[in-house]
Design a protein around this ligand. Structure first.
Ligand code: HEC
Ligand SMILES: [Cu+2]
Length: 349
């Protein structure tokens, strides 16, 4: 007895310390995820009605699973202490107790029901059509960037989706090549963009803020899948309407000489074959992003870089060097051609 007791105590203390350290680490991981500014891809801080709904189901399952875990660990510890073998007493075992077996069958059944009911009810809300009056958006996946169309407004843009706060948005998901997946962690769960088949999702953003909601393609789609990011800007209705007004306007012919030369270069270098600039009758290409209001975007190449003149230049110099596999080829542009094109693109407000 004298030999086994201190060893047992040490084992108990050691397991308590390990449990404490693990709990603390889990807490740290959560605290980090809850910081939506430093962890902008968190799902723990939902900012839309439907993301909140999904998060509610998640929380319920988390706490139920947590209770099961803690309960079972506590019982295991208690039983191994109370019924352990001691000098002069054998470890106690027993077999066959119908009442006990019914209880430990019923408890999991109840737990599964408690999780299934809210899960199916949330799923039925998510699969309903979007509410009347929802803003219509078509999100088209391309290798490796996003096209966003607002069919009712006649707007097409790329990689930056603008939405008004507190108005449902109905997103039609399409793809022109392979399967992609639309995922904005704080606003909506993932749904695939499948070629030849329209999918839908809807949500109502509930918080306007200056920082964008960061988003990412969530289905492996080839070489630059990891570089297929996008941003969602949620603003108050008047600010959104101002954006719509600007986005609907056609290109204004450049006035500065360098930018004018850039517009000619844009045609001469064949950019017009792949890019649309509304109001420039020759630029009607559909392979790459619509550049009509390129200079009002904050990033380029699906949020790989900030849209600064230096970065635009780097991009035009050799796109596949920046984005592996990029379908915009290296056009071997001269430094002078780059100067002109950068000046032109910078004026596409
Ligand atoms: C063969 C088609 C093709 C040609 C020609 C082409 N591009 Fe592109 N361009 C693309 C594609 C595709 C993308 C999207 C790349 C990505 O993000 O993966 C793109 C992206 C861009 C972007 C970034 C847009 C954004 O919002 O992220 C700019 C700017 C651009 N192209 C300018 C040009 C200019 C200027 C020329 C002519 C010198 C040109 N492109 C020629 C296909 C083309
Ligand atoms: Cu992808």
């Amino acid at each position: 007895m004298s030999g086994s007791r201190p060893g047992g105590m040490i084992a108990i203390i050691a397991s308590l310390v390990v449990t404490g350290v693990v709990t603390f680490l889990i807490y740290l991981a959560f605290a980090e995820s809850l910081d939506a500014v430093r962890q902008p891809m968190t799902t723990f801080v939902p900012k839309s009605d439907n993301a909140e709904l999904v998060h509610g189901v998640y929380k319920l399952i988390f706490w139920l699973a947590g209770a099961v875990f803690v309960g079972i660990m506590a019982l295991t510890l208690a039983f191994s202490l109370v019924y352990r073998e001691r000098p002069g007493r054998e470890a106690r075992q027993f077999h066959g107790n119908s009442r006990l077996e019914v209880v430990w069958t019923l408890i999991p059944v109840l737990l599964v029901v408690a999780m299934a009911v809210p899960t199916f009810s949330a799923m039925s809300v998510l699969s309903k059509p979007a509410p009347q009056g929802a803003l219509q958006v078509v999100a088209v996946g391309h290798q490796w960037w996003w096209e966003f169309q607002y069919p009712e407004l006649g707007i097409t843009t790329a990689n930056e989706l603008h939405l008004p706060v507190n108005r449902p948005v109905n997103v039609t998901l399409r793809s022109v090549d392979v399967i992609h997946s639309f995922w904005v962690p704080q606003l909506t769960g993932k749904i695939d963009n499948v070629p030849g088949h329209d999918n839908h999702l809807w949500f109502t953003p509930t918080e306007a803020r200056p920082e964008p909601y960061l988003a990412q393609c969530a289905e492996f789609c080839g070489l630059s899948h990891a570089n297929m990011r996008f941003r969602v800007f949620v603003s108050e209705t008047p600010a959104f309407e101002t954006w719509v007004k600007d986005a609907k306007t056609e290109r204004v012919a450049p006035s500065a000489d360098l930018a004018k030369a850039g517009e000619q270069q844009f045609t001469a270098s064949g950019c017009i074959a792949c890019h649309t600039i509304r109001g420039n009758p020759t630029a009607v290409g559909k392979i790459g992003p619509d550049l009509t209001h390129f200079a009002s975007r904050t990033t380029l190449a699906s949020a790989m870089m900030d849209r600064t003149p230096e970065n635009v230049r780097k991009w035009l110099h050799n796109p596949p060097a920046i984005k592996p596999g990029s379908l915009m080829p290296n056009l071997n542009l001269s430094p002078e051609a780059l100067d002109k094109l950068v000046a032109y693109l910078d004026g596409l407000k």
